[in-house]
Design a protein. Structure first.
Ligand SMILES: [Zn+2]
Length: 307
């Protein structure tokens, strides 16, 4: 993927707490604490995370152990570093800012078309641990959206983890899919979809339908990514290739419940524990959104057959 060199970036959509001691949590801390209590926090994370392993499910925690000193702790101020699309073409951090601008540009536009107002959501870059409106979390849970404070949280070490642990090809557009999925949860929160979801796991559970819908919304954004204007009035993304789409699909497949259970869990597929959908389903719903470019094609709750 390539960005338009002279289009301005809006770094106010990203909060960078890397290198500042994160949210004030040293070392590994289990989920819990914070305002909503441990059950609420776990429920939120289960509903909103991308598909990472639950904390304590074995193996090294996502991200945490692989952060080398200095690697992702940047004291650089994003607003100084990331001014235009040219910076996004040159630096990974700035590329993520550009992607976030594009995603939110699309939803701003889409909500306005349907007569409502999209509320911007901040993405927080953190390292190790973070306090959120949904309680405290470590990198173990993977990237997530917190409905209570309407913000996205990500330790960027997760992207390295996707390649080294999940075996994904990676690349900027693969990362864009992850972010677009989390913003899909923000859209669900704004539309009131997440509030109606009933607890529970399983292949046809509401939780799985919610996750697959977020994948579909990510695909819808991808369809519009090169045409939708950001706050500067111009599209930030110049081009997306078939290779980019393939990399997004590759990630979708690596974070499917069956893939994780088989390759990173106990080795046996147990559909009753599905929380995000199978690899094939995640690919299918991203593709549905990408092909139609229409959020109404993402009604996974009405779908009799999820794929
Ligand atoms: Zn999710």
């Amino acid at each position: 993927m390539e960005f338009n060199d002279d289009v301005a970036l809006d770094t106010s959509q990203v909060q960078d707490t890397r290198g500042s001691g994160g949210g004030g949590i040293g070392g590994r801390v289990a989920l819990g604490g914070g305002g909503v209590g441990i059950i609420g926090a776990i429920l939120y994370f289960v509903l909103s995370q991308l598909g990472g392993l639950p904390a304590g499910s074995g193996g090294s925690p996502l991200g945490l152990d692989d952060v080398q000193s200095g690697q992702s702790v940047s004291s650089a101020d994003l607003s100084q570093e990331c001014r235009t699309g040219a910076d996004a073409n040159a630096k990974e951090d700035c590329a993520l800012v550009a992607v976030i601008n594009s995603i939110q540009g699309y939803w701003t536009d889409q909500f306005a078309r349907s007569g409502s107002r999209y509320q911007l959501a901040t993405t927080n870059f953190f390292t190790g641990g973070v306090r959120t409106g949904c309680g405290s979390a470590t990198s173990d849970v993977g990237p997530f959206y917190c409905p209570a404070d309407s913000e996205v949280y990500i330790d960027l070490a997760f992207f390295k983890e996707l390649e080294t642990r999940f075996g994904a090809q990676g690349g900027t557009f693969a990362e864009a899919y992850v972010l677009a999925h989390e913003y899909g949860h923000h859209v669900q929160n704004l539309l009131g979809t997440s509030a109606k979801v009933r607890e529970g796991t399983g292949p046809t559970s509401d939780g799985v339908r919610l996750e697959l819908q977020a994948d579909c919304y990510a695909g819808v954004w991808a369809n519009h990514a090169t045409t939708v204007p950001t706050s500067s009035g111009q599209p930030l993304i110049k081009s997306i290739t078939q290779d980019d789409i393939n990399r997004a699909l590759d990630v979708a497949a690596r974070i499917g419940d069956d893939y994780i259970q088989k390759n990173l869990g106990g080795g046996r597929v147990d559909e009753s524990q599905f929380s995000h959908g199978s690899s094939a389903q995640r690919e299918k719903w991203f593709s549905t959104g990408y092909q139609t470019g229409n959020p109404t094609s993402c009604d996974t709750f009405a779908a009799r057959n999820l794929g």
